[in-house]
Design a protein around this ligand. Sequence first.
Ligand code: HGY
Ligand code: MN
Ligand code: MN
Length: 420
Amino acid sequence: MHSPSPSLGQSILDAADALARFSDMEGGLTCAYLTPAHRAAAAMLAERMRAAGMQVRVDAIGNVIGRYEADPSAGPDAKVLMTGSHFDTVRNGGRYDGRLGILLPIAVVGALNEAGIRLPYHFDVVGFAEEEGLRFKTSFLASSVLAGRFDPALLARADADGITLAQALAESDLPGRGDPDALRAAAVDPATLLGFVEVHIEQGPVLLHHDLPLGIVTQIAGSSRFQVRVEGLASHAGTTPMTMRKDAAAAAAEMVLLVESRCGQAPTLVGTVGQLQVPNGSSNVIPAACHFSMDIRAGEDAVREAAIADIVAGIEAIAARRGVRAEVERVPPVNNAPCAPWLRAQFAAVLNKRGLQAFELPSGAGHDAMMMQRITDVAMLFVRCGNGGISHNPLETITAEDAQLAAEVFVDFLRHFKPR
Ligand code: HGY
Ligand code: MN
Ligand code: MN
């Protein structure tokens, strides 16, 4: 096989359309962890992996792992090059975020298999079951299990309906049903890995702006997420003087603006309040409570940590001045993850050979590769995002031509791959 069939790109887009039919919502794509749509998506991935020529297993957190067995000449101790990304989504998200990094490698394996080409290493394609943090407000559940970094305390986290992660796993069809030992045992042995490479839609406008189809990621920005609960005092909206209120929502509003202004003070630093509620609020009652999320990221961990320290201190100061209480709950942060120069160089060589620029860029979005970087060297190939680079939005798009090129580059990468 000199190059994969020219219809591979379109087939990847078609597969993303087919997978997007499983959704928790009408008229859009939401695929939250362990919902019926999520289980159906997992089953479709497993089926497609098998059809492409892989052995498939599902681990204790729900990762769907397909193995394209090494050429027999690699012997019984053949090591594993791993790829993959997540198949859960944000609420009303795009169909390529995460999924491209599973469907493209499946298509590539299918093409290799059809051409009778085996690789001198096992090639594992992982459909990571949870990355976005939508349901349990903590992200990277799936890759943290595979990387042996799962925190069992997370089993007590509840979703919006009060169902804990432990309960959801116990009621699932997954092996171990949430048994902490089974989750621990699902970790991959780092000594067996040659590395981890992830294909992902860029989710931003940089490649589009430079008129380039593909890019190589230099590093992935670290991120921290928080849930903040502000408690004030409910009282009558008509009778309580403005100077005598303990308004939780007004306090939260000041905190949101603090996040915005503090995170505007360094180049790669960003801060977002994406969820904000007045639970049980009424239009004529001063809010007794306001709950909001914070997502803070930066290219350098120290920059992020400094911003967090200032913001948490600022939240306490605002609460004290306004006579409300603020509780800041931090979910485990994920530090900045550098991509390995030797893997980046191999992607660059493949791109250059095809006459393409080996353009490098950092990732502001989080990826499963971040967690895998804790146990092995990682690299990422970004694919141009259309529609102005919009993502976490149904308007997210890629072209069949770019998917085709990415698949061809990935095939070249796999065939020329040299372990470190
Ligand atoms: O939030 C993120 O960066 C990613 O899309 N999970
Ligand atoms: Mn995402
Ligand atoms: Mn993603």
